[in-house]
Ligand binder design. Structure first.
Ligand SMILES: Nc1nc2c(ncn2[C@@H]2O[C@H](COP(=O)(O)OP(=O)(O)OP(=O)(O)O)[C@@H](O)[C@H]2O)c(=O)[nH]1
Ligand SMILES: [Mg+2]
Length: 454
């Protein structure tokens, strides 16, 4: 981050950080608003605990953490005035430096709360960005996080210009710097964003080349995805014998690791471990991590790891599926195997019932219950992967009338054309289709397909 942005009202520290972490852990208060008129998807207590996990992930000193029942959202401060006043007192008494709200705050709300609480205020998005800022290890990761930070800041800068004007307007400057200053700040941020995007694009290009080389190796790619802390890295380590960090810590993994592994009957696969997802994952971050998630986007099979010992696992799984959707991945094109992890945490006598009651989320091909820690169920998972791969490509015949050029183009894009015979009726194609396109093929052509079992 260039230093000249600082001191101009853009509060960034170091590599685009929002909070300057001191040696002493920052004392913070965590507020999890819970709207009780809204149909609840998530348990408030679980939400609160997750938020504490996020705060712990950057070693904040949690002085208080509470759920606040809300009837409605106040436009000015999100939470009610009475609560703000009493919180301001606590902030003063306990010398709290940072107040974190487990929601998305508008720039105006954030500013009003800061003024009234006399402490720095951040929302959930900012906290997640903060964690990513601290964890990013690879050059690409660091740049991507800075980019997401700047995009977040840019939005705030535009909409909170009156605040910035007031900040700078004091000290005798006649009239204050006004909007021109904001425009110049914006321009600087925009320039930096442009530079970052270029550098990231370059790195992504290099990754693509590496990937191409690897694609030449005929190993199918199996990608682990799931909510943060679901146990992806633990499972990855167990299957591949690797030692990536697996820890009771949110966002322990940020960068993708790929390792070879062998299936029971000898077939080699490439298994990839990736960053975990979380509800309300900032969209900028999803966009920023697109490149890192390339393995997932191009995978042959996706293993969706769910922590079935968590009360919230259905809502978590739904979040994962929606992020996958944003990335353009769905169970219709790529087979998804659900992995019900941490079954060792379920009471023995209830285990079977509990597993039977788990509802698959999204389009899934199968589900396997296991414990990445004890190893129970891992062999079944490997066999399932083997089976899914072995279902392999299928062949079909299809006759397309001459005017169906678009359909023919689709076939060329999504299948291997083994033969094309022209006749008066049209073109008869013999095609081979990979499992990930079978569903799309069937929905597009249905009864026109002959010659194979679906
Ligand atoms: N009891 C139990 N704990 C597990 C199991 N699998 C993973 N864990 C624990 O869950 C925590 C998170 O595991 P990770 O493997 O780091 O989870 P992850 O999905 O990679 O998490 P992120 O990288 O943060 O997204 C660790 O404390 C693991 O020891 C399991 O089968 N049973
Ligand atoms: Mg991990």
């Amino acid at each position: 981050m260039s230093n000249n942005l600082e001191g101009q009202g853009v509060e960034l520290h170091g590599r685009g950080r929002l909070v300057e972490l001191q040696k002493q852990p920052t004392k913070c208060a965590l507020i999890t608003p819970d709207l009780y008129r809204v149909a609840k998807k998530r348990d408030a207590e679980v939400k609160k605990q997750e938020f504490e996990g996020l705060a712990r992930a950057i070693k904040l000193d949690i002085v208080i953490s509470e759920i606040l029942q809300l009837k409605e959202i106040k436009p000015a401060t999100f939470v009610g005035g009475g609560f703000v006043d009493s919180l301001a007192e606590t902030v003063k008494e306990q010398k709290i430096e940072l107040v974190l709200f487990n929601v998305s705050l508008s720039p105006v709300q954030q500013r009003n709360l800061e003024n009234r609480l006399g402490a720095k205020v951040l929302d959930r998005t900012a906290l997640i960005l903060e964690i990513f800022g601290e964890r990013a290890a690879t050059r690409e990761g660091v740049l991507q996080v800075e980019l997401a930070h700047l995009n977040y800041q840019k939005g705030r800068l535009v909409r909170s210009w009156t605040h910035l004007e007031r900040q700078r307007g004091g000290g005798g400057f006649i009239g204050g710097p006004g909007e021109t200053q904001i425009e110049s700040d914006r321009r600087q941020i925009q320039e930096r964003i442009g530079k970052l995007e270029k550098r990231i694009a370059k790195i992504a290009q290099t990754r693509k080349l590496h990937r191409k080389k690897r694609d030449a190796v005929p190993y199918p790619v199996i990608a682990l995805v799931g909510y943060t802390n679901a146990g992806k890295s633990t499972l990855f380590n167990r299957i591949t014998g690797a030692k990536v960090m697996a820890k009771d810590l949110l966002f322990a993994t940020l960068d993708t690791t790929v390792r070879k592994a062998k299936l029971p009957h000898g077939r080699t696969i490439m298994l990839s471990d990736t960053v975990g997802f979380i509800s309300e994952l900032p969209t900028d971050l999803i966009a920023a991590f697109r490149a890192t998630l390339e393995e997932v986007i191009g995978a042959d099979i996706i293993l969706h790891v769910r922590d079935v010992s968590s009360k919230d696992n259905v809502a978590q799984a739904q979040d994962v599926i929606s992020v996958l959707k944003l990335l353009g991945v769905n169970g219709e094109e790529t087979p998804i195997i659900e992995v019900y992890n941490k079954i060792d945490m379920l009471a023995k006598n209830e285990e079977e019932d509990a597993i039977d009651n788990i509802i698959p989320v999204g389009t899934v091909i199968s589900s396997i219950a296991l414990s990445a820690i004890s190893g129970e169920g891992i062999d079944e998972l490997l066999l399932e992967i083997e089976k899914t791969l072995a279902q392999g490509a299928k062949s079909f015949k299809i006759l397309l009338e001459h005017e169906r050029g678009e359909d023919a183009a689709w076939l060329y894009q999504h299948s291997e054309i083994i033969e094309r015979i022209e006749s008066e009726q049209g073109s008869e194609f013999t095609i081979r289709v990979e499992p990930r396109y079978l569903f799309a093929l069937q929905s597009r052509f249905g009864k026109k397909l002959t010659g194979s079992i679906l």
